[in-house]
Design a protein around this ligand. Structure first.
Ligand code: 13P
Length: 256
């Protein structure tokens, strides 16, 4: 299978931005801006914006995701949100293992795996984030680290469930810094991720899985990054908060 046959996915990660009122306005701007996209368009919003986003995007080509999910089904976990709660709202995607969750909220490869499994078992599609710090890159362990993160995150995920898995390669040093990975750096690691998936699940699953790049992807650099053969889409932070910029990226993925 070549890249053209894989599903290109552009997903916005709004992070902790936009009140529900502001979200309504941004979604209203996004709907016409991305309506002709041939790639999949996803917006991952704060929990408090999900109802607004789901309601407003009904009947459009925009899919809605959350930014995290807890791994237990229910119970005494104050402040947490379960996969069933997201499904019941009409949410379709969820991000797990974002580096900000790993860095600031003590998430580990093991909890990322538990969250991914809970989400998949509830019928959600998951975007699993992996990626190295600057120090890890400089120490030359990017490949080993990303292999390990990918393998552990996918433990007990079935080959069938892989149809609902997206992997996002997000080098931590490129997130929110304006310092994008070069297209060749992005391609190298995205190809390594596909290789690991091939080792675990076989060639057909590896060729079908969508691998995104994330980290300062914007309207200017998206075309080059998305032209690479193993970069099937993007996970977009800052640029997803501006409808015109997000639309440029969506259109670049639609043409690629
Ligand atoms: P930026 O696009 O703001 O660098 O964020 C990337 C990211 O973390 C998406 O999940």
């Amino acid at each position: 299978m070549d890249k053209a046959k894989r599903k290109a996915i552009i997903a916005g990660n709004w992070k902790m931005n936009k009140t529900a009122t502001e979200a309504a306005k941004l979604v209203d701007e996004l709907i016409p801006a991305v309506k002709d996209a041939s790639c999949e368009v996803v917006i991952c919003t704060p929990y408090t914006d999900l109802v607004t986003a789901v309601e407003k995007t009904k009947g459009t080509n925009i899919h809605v995701g959350a930014e995290n999910v807890h791994f237990e089904k229910s119970g005494a976990f104050t402040g947490e949100i379960s996969a069933d709660m997201l499904v019941d709202l009409g949410v379709e995607y969820v991000i797990v293992g974002h580096s900000e969750r790993r860095q600031y909220f003590a998430e580990t490869d093991q909890t990322v795996n538990k969250r991914a499994l809970a989400a998949l078992n509830a019928g959600l599609k998951v975007i699993i984030c992996v990626g190295e710090s600057l120090q890890q890159r400089e120490e030359g362990v990017t490949e080993e680290l990303v292999r390990m993160q990918t393998k552990i995150a996918l433990r007990d995920v079935t080959a069938e469930q892989m149809a609902n898995v997206v992997i996002a390669y997000e080098p931590i040093w490129a997130i929110g810094t304006g310092k994008t990975a070069t297209a060749d750096q992005a391609e190298e690691v995205c190809a390594q991720i596909r290789k690991v998936i091939g080792e675990v699940y076989g060639e057909a699953v590896a060729e079908a899985v969508t691998v995104q790049y994330g980290g300062s992807m914007n309207a200017k650099n998206c075309e080059e990054l998305l032209s690479k053969k193993d970069v099937d889409g993007g996970l977009i932070g800052g640029a997803s908060l501006k409808a015109p910029d997000f639309a440029v990226i969506v259109n670049a993925a639609s043409n690629g």
